[in-house]
Write a protein that binds this ligand. Structure first.
Ligand SMILES: *[C@@H]1O[C@H](CO)[C@@H](O)[C@H](O)[C@H]1NC(C)=O
Ligand SMILES: *[C@@H]1O[C@H](CO)[C@@H](O)[C@H](O)[C@H]1NC(C)=O
Ligand SMILES: *[C@@H]1O[C@H](CO)[C@@H](O)[C@H](O)[C@H]1NC(C)=O
Ligand SMILES: *[C@@H]1O[C@H](CO)[C@@H](O)[C@H](O)[C@H]1NC(C)=O
Ligand SMILES: *[C@@H]1O[C@H](CO)[C@@H](O)[C@H](O)[C@H]1NC(C)=O
Ligand SMILES: *[C@@H]1O[C@H](CO)[C@@H](O)[C@H](O)[C@H]1NC(C)=O
Ligand SMILES: *[C@@H]1O[C@H](CO)[C@@H](O)[C@H](O)[C@H]1NC(C)=O
Ligand SMILES: [Cu+2]
Length: 603
């Protein structure tokens, strides 16, 4: 109740200065308490000893791409995005410019049951920026218009405007949502998503979401501007935050405390690790314990136990942890690849603490543990999805058309040398008020070249893509609207800059591809100077982004869009849904002193 009042108070306050009307949704009475919301849940057979069970007819073996429970429940959320100068949150050091959801970082967790409908009213209470929220990993089946990618599926929401996003929880597990408007998400416009459903392993306690992120004391736009001239190398982050707070121990001012998580002795716990970073990819480990992976992104997998996990930006790992060690305190560590090629932080040894109940909860762990092996910036690809997908090997034919090469380029822009990231020689640069769906609404297929449109015309076929990296810098690649199969990639090397570029060679490399139920997820690493082969099924008409999830890189153009089954889009997507926001944005942007200076996307 108090929280609800505060949220509404914030929204109204922000609007006073704008002179704009208070959107109706912000003023309406709504119970945001998760407890009340969860009380509405359907009867479930999901118990600590049988997590595979869900509801009558639905369990861990149900193919969620064809059967989703019809719950009749709609979860309502109100998210208001506000702007704060010198915000003292996170780790206690002022952040020059923060943009927060409902006044908090991270924003509220959106929680629902598998099959529920989620309805989120987003209000832009920022001073000058537009915004759009993307629901990372949500399949959005036949629902492209709610994907939240400005310039592709909508126009940005101007200050003072509201928009309702509606979508179904077709899959279950853990994820997050974030702004897709330039580098805004690096200012804090991020929150988590938790969809309850069955699991591939029993567990007793659910510790909930555990977002881990890099954190920057500067303003995102200023950092991004600094990357325009060559060499355009991303700066180290200032800190790593666990679930939003880190404590002040490692920050520039010193002092403070660690984020602490409580474990019940003898119990098995579920932890939902979510990498909400802007740039940093890292390895996580818990001293004296193992992680058992039960889900990768939104894909349940057969239990797989490992002492450490490399988590790329945008990736999620749902793991279980057995609290079977001695009652005590244990470091939960984040470590970086030695090459520094997938991000570094000014904080050398970022850590949280996991305490057993009964242990002294003010004491620090005594055992430093051993550093996990160097990740070489590559995520594991040896997971086995519970619901299998095995495309026929002969359906993949490597051609110049399905080959996407990624490289850096320096070009003149408004009289200055500027760094771009290009796919097939073209950096993406969309126009905010001419999203792809508007072109389609007008029947116009003449997309500007820099919209980087790749057509996938046939229905329900596997679409294969070979991504080749012509530089040593690895990139975490993320696809909207789908999970992709990771069929294979070039082997990890310690320093990709020291070796020649490895292109995919069908004669030599085909035998290394796995067509038999390979790892399936929505984010994976493209190795430096190497390649990755991914595939998705054309079962979801729409314009779907496929981009690097490093905020700075997508801002500099590292993105394409797959235009899937364009003839089926009008039948499945209400294209007029881009209004009235597009008209509101156009009217606003003419008067705005701040103009687009990048791809417009940045995540
Ligand atoms: C977004 O807001 C930031 C911070 O005020 C500002 O620096 C930037 O120019 C704005 N960009 C746009 C396009 O409004
Ligand atoms: C992180 O914070 C959220 C919101 O307060 C909470 O529900 C969750 O349990 C926390 N996660 C852990 C692992 O402490
Ligand atoms: C998050 O992903 C980024 C980018 O891939 C990576 O540099 C960072 O190490 C990851 N963080 C964690 C905690 O895995
Ligand atoms: C708990 O640990 C703190 C910090 O090491 C110490 O000062 C305190 O005496 C300990 N308490 C107990 C009951 O051992
Ligand atoms: C874990 O973090 C703590 C605190 O920063 C540090 O002392 C310890 O060496 C780290 N251990 C590993 C394995 O990284
Ligand atoms: C591809 O691999 C085959 C077999 O190893 C080799 O003979 C051929 O030269 C390679 N092609 C290129 C372009 O490297
Ligand atoms: C993006 O394209 C527009 C024209 O559509 C151009 O004016 C602008 O300079 C381009 N931006 C960049 C960063 O290249
Ligand atoms: Cu990148």
């Amino acid at each position: 109740m108090l929280a609800t009042l505060l949220i509404r108070g914030l929204g109204c306050l922000a609007f006073v200065g704008l002179g704009g009307a208070v959107p109706a949704a912000v003023g309406t009475e709504q119970d945001l308490s998760p407890r009340t919301q969860l009380a509405k849940r359907a009867p479930t057979c999901n118990t600590p000893t049988n997590r595979a069970c869900w509801t009558s007819g639905f369990n861990i073996n149900t193919d969620y791409e064809t059967s989703v429970p019809v719950t009749g429940v709609t979860r309502e959320y109100n998210l208001v995005i506000t702007e704060h100068d010198n915000w003292v949150g996170g780790d206690g050091v002022p952040k020059k410019k923060a943009m927060l959801i409902n006044g908090q970082f991270p924003g509220p967790t959106i929680r629902a049951d598998w099959g529920d409908t989620i309805r989120v009213t987003v209000t832009n209470a920022l001073l000058v920026n537009g915004t759009s929220l993307h629901w990372h990993g949500i399949r959005m089946l036949n629902n492209n218009v709610n994907d939240g990618a400005n310039g592709i599926t909508e126009c940005p929401l101007p200050p003072g405007a509201s928009k309702v996003y509606t979508f179904r929880a077709e899959q279950y597990g853990s994820s997050w949502y974030h702004s897709h408007f330039s580098s805004q998400y690096a200012n804090g416009v991020v929150g988590t998503i938790l969809i309850d459903g069955p699991a591939s392993l029993p567990y007793e306690e659910d510790l909930g979401v555990f977002p881990i992120t890099d954190w920057y004391y500067g303003a995102a736009d200023e950092i991004q501007h600094g990357l325009i001239p060559p060499p355009g190398a991303a700066p180290p982050s200032d800190n790593i935050l666990f679930n939003g707070t880190h404590g002040k121990l490692f920050n520039a001012n010193g002092g403070g405390s660690y984020y602490r998580v409580k474990l019940k002795p003898g119990k098995r716990h579920r932890l939902r690790i979510i990498n909400t970073s802007v740039d940093n990819t890292f390895t996580v480990s818990l001293v004296g314990h193992q992680f058992t992976v039960i889900e990768t992104d939104f894909i349940p997998v057969n239990a797989f136990t490992a002492p450490s996990l490399f988590v790329a930006v945008g990736q999620r790992y749902d793991v279980t942890i057995d609290a079977s060690a001695a009652v005590g305190n244990y470091w939960f560590n984040v470590t970086f690849a030695s090459s520094g090629l997938c991000g570094v932080s000014n904080i050398r040894l970022p850590a949280a603490i996991f305490d057993y109940e009964g242990a002294n909860t003010t004491a620090l762990p005594t055992n430093p543990g051993t550093p996990p092996p160097d990740s070489l910036c590559e995520d594991r690809t040896n997971f086995t999805p519970v619901i299998t997908r095995s495309p026929p090997a002969n359906s993949f034919i490597a051609t110049p058309e399905n080959d996407l090469d990624v490289n850096i380029a320096v070009q003149n822009w408004e009289g200055q040398q500027r760094v771009y990231w290009q796919v097939k020689g073209s950096d993406m640069n969309i126009t905010w008020d001419e999203p792809t769906l508007e072109y389609l609404a007008k029947g116009n297929m003449n997309f500007p070249q820099r919209y980087n449109v790749f057509e996938v015309p046939s229905a329900n076929v596997w679409s294969f893509w070979v991504v080749e990296n012509l530089l040593g810098v690895p990139h975490p690649l993320h696809l909207h609207g789908h999970d992709f199969l990771v069929l294979g990639r070039s082997p990890a090397v310690a320093n990709p800059f020291a070796i020649p570029v490895r292109r995919y060679n069908d004669t030599a490399d085909r035998a290394s591809l796995n067509f038999n139920n390979p790892t399936r997820r929505d984010t994976t690493m493209l190795p430096g100077n190497g390649w990755v082969v991914v595939a998705f099924r054309s079962d979801n008409p729409g314009a779907w982004l496929f981009h690097c999830h490093i905020a700075w890189h997508v801002s500099q153009g590292l993105s394409v869009q797959f235009l899937e089954r364009v003839q089926d889009i009008p039948g499945t997507v209400p294209i007029n849904a881009i209004e009235p926001v597009c008209s509101q944005w156009t009217a606003y942007y003419e008067t705005s002193p701040y103009k687009q200076f990048d791809s417009g996307l940045r995540r």
